[in-house]
Ligand binder design. Sequence first.
Ligand code: HEM
Length: 483
Amino acid sequence: YSNKRRPFPLPPGPRGLPIIGNLLDIPKSRSWIVYRDWARKYGDIMCISALGQHIVIVSSVATARDILEKRAAIYSDRMVVPMYNLMQWEWFLPVTRWGEDWRRTRRALDRGLRPSAVTQYRPAVTAKVHTFLRALRTKPDAFREHIEFLQASIIMSITYGYDVTGHDDQYLRVANDMSKLGSRTILPGAVLYNDLPILGYLPEFLPGMGFKALARTGLALGIEARDAPMRWVQEAVKNGTAAPSLTRESIRELEEDPEADHVQGLRDIAAASGSLFAAGADTTVSAMAVFFLAMALFPDVQQRARAEVDAATGRERLPNYDDRADLPYVDAMIQEILRWHTVLSLGLPHAALEDDVYEGYFIPKGSLIMTNTWAMMHDPKVYPDPDAFNPARYVTADGQFTEDPAVNANFGFGRRICPGRHLVDSTLYLVVVSVLAAFEVRGAPGTPAEGAFTDALVSHPEEFACAIVPRDYVSEALVAGGA
Ligand code: HEM
């Protein structure tokens, strides 16, 4: 696509060098801030390129919706991650290319994670959260570990009906390993092979070829993470002992469908269920850690939310899902948790299946579309004083919660939007209200003066300390009773 042959110009952006394009301009850290600064100069839609790969960066919710939602038929593909292909992880839904395989797997997940299905998981989530409160009571300093274990047990429970036995649980270990290997190898530059797939043709004894052995490990790990818990559920279904779960429901529906291809159907269920841990554990853990950080940094917010929770329960029991209608400030707080710190600051890129023209700009087939969610959530024109954690921005003068649909940008756009978003809302709600009812979260030596976050695809609050203290004898009794 030389400039002369293009019918329309590419979106504006910093000028690149011949062949390598903007490779040297691509920021090595906190790229969302640099891209926000570029957007101030070039606008809501801009384009950079690196070694011939066009990357379109979108910085407003409206433009992202125009492109990724209204033109979803063009923009629902994913980029190729060479290392994932080498590990044969194409079944892992967040990277599955557009097509029939993606459609079938996605359908299973949308069914199993829609709001009515998530409602059925409430008893399981509640039991896990109460166990979490007791762990927090016993060892408050290990709150991060407890959050990780909580989310892992929730996902394994709703996905497979499986109760994780402890930190060294066999299925949990494999799922965690897959998740870690996945985040270590997904980004360009993370593994040499991602940038130079041609290296795959070279023999393994040469220096720099370590990725080949890693890929073999990844292949075995992926198969184990996807198939072992699935086999466990199939066995339990056969024995009539399977607890309710997304996988059990999917198997039941498959068995009731006389038209279905059962071999393919079981493969699809394994892929759908097997995608949930790596996609949904680390991400939700970050949002929960953000809650603790915000509570340590903004005691007034904590106090107001707690007063609301206490008024709803009379402190006679732990809060539950039925209380939610009486907790507008808590609803606002959950929304603010997602806005204040964007877990995936640049979303997950979509890829264009064909050439397109948007507002007079040419977007070539194969372009990656990256959404700067951080910039969208920290635009001072939309969110005054954007670095302040302030749930009141969504509360009306008469105390009503106003939903801000823009905050949903945290879960992406269009057909690839996060299927786990309703589950996130449900678990985050119960964690927030339960912790507020039981503990006071205070700043401590080691609490930063302001939010600081890691620079990774899935970004977490940097390690921080806070004091998590039981409120009084009433809360002690509630935690011990777990009811
Ligand atoms: C705070 C927590 C979470 C955040 C911020 C988050 C965010 C995202 C984002 C931005 C995407 C990409 C959307 C796009 O391409 O437009 C995504 C995809 C995905 N998420 Fe989440 N997510 C979270 C939790 C979860 C949970 C709990 C699950 C499952 C239980 C989950 C499962 C998935 C899957 C399977 C995909 C891939 C969808 C596809 O490519 O079709 N996520 N998520």
